[in-house]
Design a protein around this ligand. Structure first.
Ligand code: HEM
Ligand SMILES: *[C@@H]1O[C@H](CO)[C@@H](O)[C@H](O)[C@H]1NC(C)=O
Ligand SMILES: *[C@@H]1O[C@H](CO)[C@@H](O)[C@H](O)[C@H]1NC(C)=O
Ligand SMILES: *[C@@H]1O[C@H](CO)[C@@H](O)[C@H](O)[C@H]1NC(C)=O
Ligand SMILES: *[C@@H]1O[C@H](CO)[C@@H](O)[C@H](O)[C@H]1NC(C)=O
Ligand SMILES: *[C@@H]1O[C@H](CO)[C@@H](O)[C@H](O)[C@H]1NC(C)=O
Ligand SMILES: *[C@@H]1O[C@H](CO)[C@@H](O)[C@H](O)[C@H]1NC(C)=O
Ligand SMILES: *[C@@H]1O[C@H](CO)[C@@H](O)[C@H](O)[C@H]1NC(C)=O
Ligand SMILES: *[C@@H]1O[C@H](CO)[C@@H](O)[C@H](O)[C@H]1NC(C)=O
Ligand SMILES: *[C@@H]1O[C@H](CO)[C@@H](O)[C@H](O)[C@H]1NC(C)=O
Ligand SMILES: *[C@@H]1O[C@H](CO)[C@@H](O)[C@H](O)[C@H]1NC(C)=O
Ligand SMILES: *[C@@H]1O[C@H](CO)[C@@H](O)[C@H](O)[C@H]1NC(C)=O
Ligand SMILES: *[C@@H]1O[C@H](CO)[C@@H](O)[C@H](O)[C@H]1NC(C)=O
Length: 352
């Protein structure tokens, strides 16, 4: 009798410990969950999808813009919506860092998605999650590629222009620098090559390729990079004057084969010396990266499967969860510091 009561107690203790362990991730908010807003804002993901679809119907360049926005958010202070914050009198924000200004775009799409979501569910859905959902929706529109997006990110309140240069890879990086840059975010060589497939859509400004790619190769003003097809170099030189800067408003496609479809043809372009940027062609210069390029070029299905997983992994970089950060009301500004927003937010997150 005593023995069995004791075992019962032990059992109850074990069961409650197990329950506690199961609940811990939610209590401490570690990790993201697919369908995080199922109960608190069931239409969140479809409202974002509608905003992206509407913007895409008007201007299909929002698709590459939104996918790049997600990358640039995640690589600087994690996927915390910091890329969305506007500069103000006391702070120069990420969006005004050289890798982002003036080329990064799609902010208006995030604003319209946020308005729709706020109208449906007050102060519930983070800007960081909206960016992650919008990138997925953009991939669906541009390449019929979709995946379940783990969510539950919270918004950061710090955005520093200088941090873009230190974290985002520039277009003149070689293969080992690219591998190291992604390793700094705990992403593998294969994930780096796979995610570079996002360059299957969208454009670069002429200023990205003028110095060292289509002109001034190795400091010779009239030389172009010999790893670039010479007929393609001629074509690019016709579009891009040698004095182009990052703010010269002329752009060229990143994938010459299927410029508007998110697919594996970007990798075919690399095999044919048709990459636009130094960093793209660099993937052919290392035995390990070129092996992945070739395997992605050979099998669209295999690349798509890896791309979905890699986008989820990128979306996990240094996320804020639980009671960390805040749910911004306006994606462009941090909430005003009354603390009321924080209290409301922590009550919301404790419903889980
Ligand atoms: C591997 C290292 C990478 C480098 C060096 C790099 C660099 C660049 C540069 C310089 C541009 C041109 C921006 C402009 O002048 O308009 C660009 C465009 C773009 N990048 Fe990357 N990127 C990299 C990885 C990625 C990743 C991981 C993604 C997303 C998963 C991504 C998505 C895009 C997209 C979609 C565009 C086109 C943007 C548009 O059309 O507005 N890139 N990238
Ligand atoms: C939300 O609903 C979807 C679809 O029914 C399900 O796959 C997901 O696991 C749910 N997530 C949560 C946290 O309830
Ligand atoms: C449509 O796209 C253009 C740019 O191509 C943009 O200036 C305009 O604001 C967009 N309109 C709407 C309603 O989104
Ligand atoms: C400027 O923006 C930063 C965040 O990006 C914020 O912390 C700060 O309070 C803002 N300052 C003003 C004067 O609005
Ligand atoms: C939304 O929530 C804020 C507090 O976070 C509150 O001040 C505001 O009145 C709410 N708006 C609506 C429409 O419920
Ligand atoms: C989109 O992909 C799905 C499954 O991945 C497939 O069933 C469908 O036919 C595709 N649609 C188009 C238009 O290619
Ligand atoms: C940003 O970086 C530049 C060059 O590295 C430096 O001159 C400047 O002081 C930095 N600004 C801040 C706010 O750290
Ligand atoms: C890549 O660039 C770094 C920095 O310039 C250099 O040290 C390294 O040797 C280069 N690697 C290759 C394989 O060219
Ligand atoms: C990478 O993983 C290490 C070890 O788990 C962790 O300390 C670090 O914060 C991670 N870095 C990023 C950018 O996620
Ligand atoms: C050409 O390249 C050299 C070094 O490679 C560099 O010092 C110079 O500034 C470049 N010229 C232009 C016009 O960008
Ligand atoms: C510079 O490049 C041009 C074009 O490729 C070539 O004709 C010329 O010989 C090069 N000059 C030097 C000093 O290497
Ligand atoms: C670049 O050069 C062209 C002539 O080739 C000239 O018309 C243009 O004004 C120059 N632009 C800049 C920014 O210097
Ligand atoms: C392509 O990759 C898929 C998924 O990894 C695999 O099932 C399929 O066998 C591959 N096809 C070829 C022709 O290798």
């Amino acid at each position: 009798m005593a023995f069995s009561a004791c075992s019962m107690l032990k059992l109850i203790t074990m069961v409650s410990m197990a329950l506690l362990l199961l609940l811990l991730p939610y209590v401490h908010g570690q990790g993201l969950t697919v369908g995080f807003y199922n109960n608190t804002c069931p239409n969140a993901e479809s409202l974002v999808q509608q905003a992206v679809a509407k913007a895409f119907a008007n201007d299909s360049t929002v698709a590459p813009g939104l996918i790049r926005l997600f990358f640039h958010d995640c690589f600087v202070r994690g996927c915390d919506g910091s890329v969305l914050l506007d500069s103000n009198s006391t702070n120069s924000a990420e969006k005004d860092g050289p890798p982002n200004n003036p080329s990064l775009h799609g902010f208006e799409v995030i604003d319209s998605a946020k308005s729709a979501v706020e109208a449906a569910c007050n102060a519930t859905v983070s800007c960081a999650d909206i960016v992650a959902f919008a990138a997925r929706d953009a991939a669906a529109l541009a390449g019929n590629i979709t995946w379940a997006v783990p969510s539950g990110r919270r918004d950061g309140s710090v955005s520093i222009a200088n941090e873009t240069l230190a974290n985002l890879p520039p277009s003149n990086f070689n293969a080992s620098q690219l591998i190291q840059n992604f390793a700094n975010k705990n992403l593998t060589l294969d994930e780096m090559v796979t995610l570079s497939g996002a360059h299957s859509i969208g454009v670069a400004h002429c200023g990205v390729i003028t110095n060292g790619r289509i002109y001034n190769f190795s400091g010779n003003a009239s030389a172009f990079d010999p790893t670039l097809s010479s007929s393609y170099a001629d074509l690019l030189r016709n579009k891009c004057p040698s004095n182009s800067t990052l703010s010269t408003p002329i752009t060229v496609g990143l994938d010459i084969i299927t410029p508007n479809v998110l697919d594996n043809r970007y990798y075919t372009g690399l095999q044919l010396n048709l990459a636009l940027m130094t960093s793209d062609q660099a993937l052919m210069t290392n035995v390990n990266t070129s092996a992945e390029v070739n395997s992605n070029a050979n099998n669209q299905t295999a690349w798509v499967e890896k791309f979905k997983k890699a986008m989820v992994r990128m979306g996990n970089i240094e996320v804020l969860t639980g009671t960390q950060g805040e749910i911004r009301k306006n994606c462009r500004v941090v909430n005003s510091g009354s603390g009321i927003g924080l209290v409301v937010d922590s009550i919301v997150s404790h419903e889980y």
